[in-house]
Design a protein around this ligand. Structure first.
Ligand SMILES: Cc1ncc(COP(=O)(O)O)c(C=O)c1O
Length: 361
């Protein structure tokens, strides 16, 4: 991932990792891993409390009261920046900051979706997708004496989070690659224009964040972007196997125990319905990893408490044996499991806890 990111820093998307110890481990691997992109206020406070700093809360909290837990950390001088995109909301945030006697650093979310005839190629998040809207936001922000514009973020979800080499989808893959190619210059122009507007309005930014696991190469080519974000690529959940631009080695998965054998060749495991978020499709299911050749039943998929696996290979599977799976997206793993067992060079070398056990999510 460092190679793919050129010379840019990588902020870690915590939503895709969900283990404080893993976040600490990744940050310690290389100085170009810097800062964390968090997803919730309580989670951000949880990390700040454990000594993490340089936190970008990238999804605006629904209620300002949600931010109460961060006030002590702002007062203590922690670098916590929060995402904003609504001109009315920032006025309220300004009051919140004033009433708490603090300054709050904000990051503006620039929507990088691209509209083609009949297709919204991107996501629905920030309303700031045109320069006049950014101008209004910046003007209001200027009048908020307790807020400071610290950063710009633009997340090109349609490049970073959309596989273009999905098995059995030849035509769709071709179309997605074409759309990505068409969208890239448009979103780059928008990001460049936004940076110019911000400069002209007299703001100096601490950082400009962009991209995700699937776009490290393309986002790192932009001079105006100072750092990238990535999360899913660390575990390399299986949806990230299907990108034409890169190949990562799988690094995480989960095991389920076989609890029943309804007939020879069918092994029903305990639990297993750890489905990825997003638009619904069979690709969001976990995949059987080992034993090789084992597959899920198309009708039952991965069940809430039981998951049948079809296998006719040479391994002699018995009740109590594990079957190994890879999850689809990244975040679901540590939202469902309490611990990660660390395997180095084939040897179990430790166990770390996940958000599920610590944040009780
Ligand atoms: C704002 C933002 N940046 C970056 C990412 C990339 O995260 P990942 O590398 O886990 O796909 C996401 C994922 O949804 C995101 O919402």
């Amino acid at each position: 991932m460092l190679l793919r990111a050129g010379n840019k820093k990588i902020r870690i998307a915590s939503k895709s990792v969900r283990s404080a110890e893993m976040l600490r481990h990744i940050l310690g691997l290389n100085e170009r891993f810097q800062g964390i992109m968090t997803y919730a206020a309580a989670e951000t406070a949880y990390l700040a409390n454990q000594g993490f700093d340089d936190l970008l809360l990238a999804y605006p909290p629904p209620r300002l009261i949600d931010l109460d837990c961060l006030v002590p950390f702002w007062k203590a001088g922690k670098k916590i920046v929060i995402m904003q995109d609504d001109s009315e909301r920032i006025k309220e945030l300004d009051h919140f900051a004033a009433s708490n006697g603090i300054q709050i650093a904000v990051c503006v979310d620039l929507d990088l979706s691209v509209d083609f005839p009949g297709l919204h190629f991107g996501v629905w998040r920030s309303p700031i997708n045109r320069m006049p809207k950014l101008d209004v936001f910046l003007k209001v922000l200027k009048s908020c004496s307790n807020l400071r514009l610290a950063a710009l973020m633009g997340y090109e979800a349609q490049i970073a989070g959309l596989g273009d080499q999905m098995p059995g989808q030849g035509l769709k893959n071709w179309i997605i690659r074409l759309l990505k190619k068409r969208a890239l210059p448009l979103l780059r122009a928008r990001r460049t224009a936004a940076l110019q507007r911000i400069r002209e309005a007299g703001f100096t930014l601490d950082y400009v964040n962009g991209g995700g696991t699937g776009s490290l190469e393309t986002t790192s080519e932009e001079a105006g972007v100072t750092e990238l974000t990535a999360g899913s690529g660390f575990f390399q959940s299986h949806l990230f196997d299907y990108y034409s631009g890169f190949t990562h080695r799988p690094a995480a998965g989960f095991a389920l125990g076989i609890s029943r054998i309804p007939k020879p060749g069918v092994f029903t495991c305990h639990m297993g319905g750890y489905i990825a978020s997003g638009g619904v499709g069979a690709e969001k299911l976990p995949k059987v990893w080992l034993p090789e050749g084992a597959v899920l039943d198309k009708n039952e998929g991965a069940g809430e408490v039981q998951t049948p696996v079809f296998y006719t290979g040479p391994e002699q599977l018995r009740i109590g044996d594990p079957v190994f799976f890879r999850h689809a997206k990244a975040g679901e793993l540590c939202a469902h499991f309490d611990t990660l067992h660390i395997i180095r060079a084939g040897v179990l070398s430790g166990t770390v806890s996940t958000y599920k056990s610590e944040l009780k999510c």
